[in-house]
Design a protein around this ligand. Structure first.
Ligand code: HEC
Length: 105
């Protein structure tokens, strides 16, 4: 019986130590839009519904893709992106997350 009591004390001491050690530390927030002309515009218009991950996990795509993406957000998902910001957003996205259009020979 004494052994059992001693074991119980040891076990609870261990579980207390484990509990004290198990603080959950979240990683720092690193998901931010890359800086550049139009970054604030994208912050204001594109981060309303989802995180930057949707943008930054896309492979580098040409301007056409980003045009279609912004169009889709507005038409399919009803993003309240004003007409007069679309060009600036597409420029920012292409310059920051895309590839330049191939030069025509
Ligand atoms: C009204 C809400 C809303 C706004 C504002 C919005 N999106 Fe989205 N976005 C969505 C939804 C919904 C999805 C699809 C989520 C899914 O499929 O899980 C999505 C997905 C995406 C994707 C992933 C690829 C895809 O087509 O599914 C990209 C890239 C993206 N959005 C970019 C943007 C950009 C750039 C802007 C700013 C111009 C923007 N979003 C603004 C709702 C929004």
């Amino acid at each position: 019986m004494k052994t059992f009591a001693a074991l119980a004390i040891i076990a609870s001491a261990i579980s207390l130590a484990v509990a004290a050690d198990s603080k959950i530390v979240l990683p720092p927030e690193t998901a931010a839009l890359r800086p550049g002309t139009g970054a604030e515009l994208a912050q204001a218009n594109c981060m309303i519904c989802h995180s930057v991950d949707y943008i930054k996990t896309q492979p580098p795509m040409p301007r056409k893709f980003w045009e279609a993406e912004v169009k889709k957000m507005r038409e399919k998902y009803a993003a309240p992106t004003p007409d007069n910001t679309v060009i600036a957003l597409v420029e920012y996205l292409t310059a920051t997350y895309g590839v330049p259009d191939p030069k025509k020979p």
